[in-house]
Design a protein around this ligand. Structure first.
Ligand code: ATP
Ligand code: MG
Length: 137
């Protein structure tokens, strides 16, 4: 079954949005397969966002992800990658529709609460990176 790597970023954890995010994915019908609270090391953040390493905001992005604990999760179910992205909303929260996670909780692209894998291939890479020990069957 399809899986996605979903991560509540430090601002989302600090603001107490963990329960709401989990509730939305549960209510939609997805299954939680892995979950942990992590203080992210710089090299892990850099590997996660490796495709963005040439972008001017990359150092600030890595600092943001390392600024406090994140909640790393694996969610499973039909179409979870694309539907998860729809539930999350656009990268820039000002362009995110109300009803999406970013559209309900954020206004800054550099504080946009949550990450979701952008393809099945990225999901596989990200799950291996964040859950090298594996997830539930
Ligand atoms: P994510 O990968 O975190 O789910 P995304 O896929 O919507 O977000 P990406 O293009 O992969 O967007 O960018 C990764 C993250 O980098 C964004 O979520 C945001 O936190 C940050 N970011 C993207 N563009 C900018 C920008 N122009 N200025 C500042 N930060 C940015
Ligand atoms: Mg992305």
């Amino acid at each position: 079954t399809e899986q996605s790597y979903i991560m509540i970023k430090p601002d989302g954890v600090q603001r107490g949005l963990v329960g709401d995010v989990i509730k939305r994915f549960e209510q939609r019908g997805y299954t939680l397969k892995g979950l942990k609270l992590i203080n992210v090391a710089k090299d892990l953040a850099e590997k996660h966002y490796q495709d963005l390493s040439a972008r001017p905001f990359f150092p600030a992005l890595v600092d943001y992800i390392c600024s406090g604990p994140v909640v790393a999760m694996v969610w499973e179910g039909k179409g979870v990658v694309a539907t998860g992205r729809k539930m999350i909303g656009a990268t820039n929260p000002l362009a995110s529709e109300p009803g999406t996670i970013r559209g309900d909780f954020a206004i800054e692209v550099g504080r946009n609460v949550i990450h979701g894998s952008d393809s099945v291939e990225s999901a596989q890479r990200e799950i291996s990176l964040w859950f090298p020990e594996g997830v539930a069957e």
